[in-house]
Design a protein around this ligand. Structure first.
Ligand code: KG4
Ligand code: ZN
Length: 371
């Protein structure tokens, strides 16, 4: 087995304060490569998404995602280097998402990262994708310091944790069934809204009346765990019962094309009403657990990361909670919430400082979860 460790030799003398790391992210359908200076300053954040190719299937097809990574990763690296106005030799270390994610997709990023590390003779830094989502909050708001409560809300994960100093994480709760992003995507699919569901439910909810459809908040055995499948099933049952009234799909088409959304009639429940009611319930499930986690630990700082952190209702509800409890709540900008390479490059800086570098025999770990 190959076990060569690439020496940790930064391209510049040790006294030089600037460390530039390239971060490679291929855990799902985005081929993303970012370059970040000293863990904070984003020099570039290039992304090629294969999302359009997955749309007809209503979800990510792993084989297609992996093929697209192979086809685009070289161009994405060049784009990222050119955006940062750097040559490969000016990069000090190579960071890569080790997991969690789609096995085939992860392998392509990892193999590419190893090739770069070997050729440039730079250290290879393995990164946990979920930790990177949280670190995006630290890149956004340098005043937020561990320990803080981290809430990762993505298409594959819903995890509540304490982020400790030294890049250590203590898991407080996680979903027992669907991830919250998955619930958004599935509910959008059954409402005929297409894929990915999160952004379209977010938009459509502006035209709906949240709470007009009564939906359950499923309790879990552990108060800090999450469950979204009961909520999703309740939406499914509602849609089955009211298919004709709702005119699923076609009504949305009409609403999206019209510049002026129709005024909701008090007696008729629209697709937008169902979307808004679902979004309200999903957001409340996240808020309630996070409030419990803060109260239980006494920690008054929160970082929310992952694709669902783009959701405007989640952001506005957390802003209210922050004012009410006098907490510091940080949401990264959308470009650092969805999958991106900058967050991988960012977190690699404190990891490199702690010597967390890997041998070239490094394996991907599709099930990694904040270890
Ligand atoms: O973190 P991410 O980009 O990929 C994973 O690591 O899974 O998250 C993707 C998820 C998808 O489920 C997508 O529907 C959801 O994030 N999402 C949203 C919004 N934007 C993206 N969910 C709710 N509201 C949004 N605005
Ligand atoms: Zn993600």
């Amino acid at each position: 087995m190959l076990s060569r460790v690439v020496p940790i030799v930064p391209a510049q003398p040790p006294s030089a304060p600037t460390i530039r790391i390239v971060g490679i992210e291929t855990s799902c359908d985005e081929t993303a490569i970012g370059i970040v200076e000293n863990g904070r300053t984003v020099l570039s954040n290039a992304v090629a998404s294969s999302l359009k190719l997955h749309e007809p299937y209503g979800g990510v097809i792993p084989e297609i995602a992996a093929r697209m990574h192979v086809e685009t990763i070289w161009d994405v690296l060049n784009q990222s280097l050119s955006d940062a106005r750097l040559s490969p030799e000016q990069i000090d270390a190579i960071a890569v998402t080790q997991g969690p994610g789609l096995p085939g997709a992860l392998l392509i990023g990892l193999a590419f990262a190893k090739g770069l590390a070997l050729t440039l003779e730079r250290p290879l830094i393995p990164v946990d994708h979920l930790a990177a989502h949280l670190y995006a909050g630290e890149m956004t708001e340098p005043t937020i310091e561990p320990p803080y409560i981290g809430l990762v809300v993505s298409g594959g994960h819903t995890v509540l944790c304490v982020a400790h100093p030294d890049c250590r994480y203590e898991i407080l709760g996680e979903t027992k069934d669907d991830a919250v992003g998955e619930a958004f995507d599935k509910v959008a699919k059954l409402l005929g809204l297409g894929y990915p569901g999160g952004p379209v439910i977010d938009r459509l909810s502006d035209e709906g009346r949240a709470g007009v459809v009564a939906l359950p908040r499923v309790q879990t055995k552990q108060p800090l765990d999450f469950s979204f499948s009961g909520l999703k099933t309740a939406v499914y049952n509602y849609v089955q019962k009211h298919t004709e009234d709702l005119a699923v799909g076609s009504e949305l088409g009409a609403q999206e094309k019209s510049s002026q959304p129709p005024a909701p009639s008090p007696e008729r429940i629209s697709v937008a009403d169902v979307a808004a009611s679902f979004q309200q319930a999903a957001v409340e499930i996240l808020i309630v657990r996070t409030v419990r986690a803060c109260q239980r630990t006494g920690i008054k700082r929160v970082v929310v990361g992952g694709g669902v952190a783009c959701n405007r209702r989640l952001r506005s509800r957390f802003a209210e909670v922050a004012v009410e409890h006098k907490w510091q709540v940080v949401f990264p900008p959308a470009s650092l919430c969805v999958d991106n390479g900058a967050m991988v490059a960012g977190i690699a800086y404190p990891l490199l400082q702690r010597g967390r570098v890997a041998a070239l025999s490094l394996s991907s770990n599709p099930n990694l979860c904040l270890v």
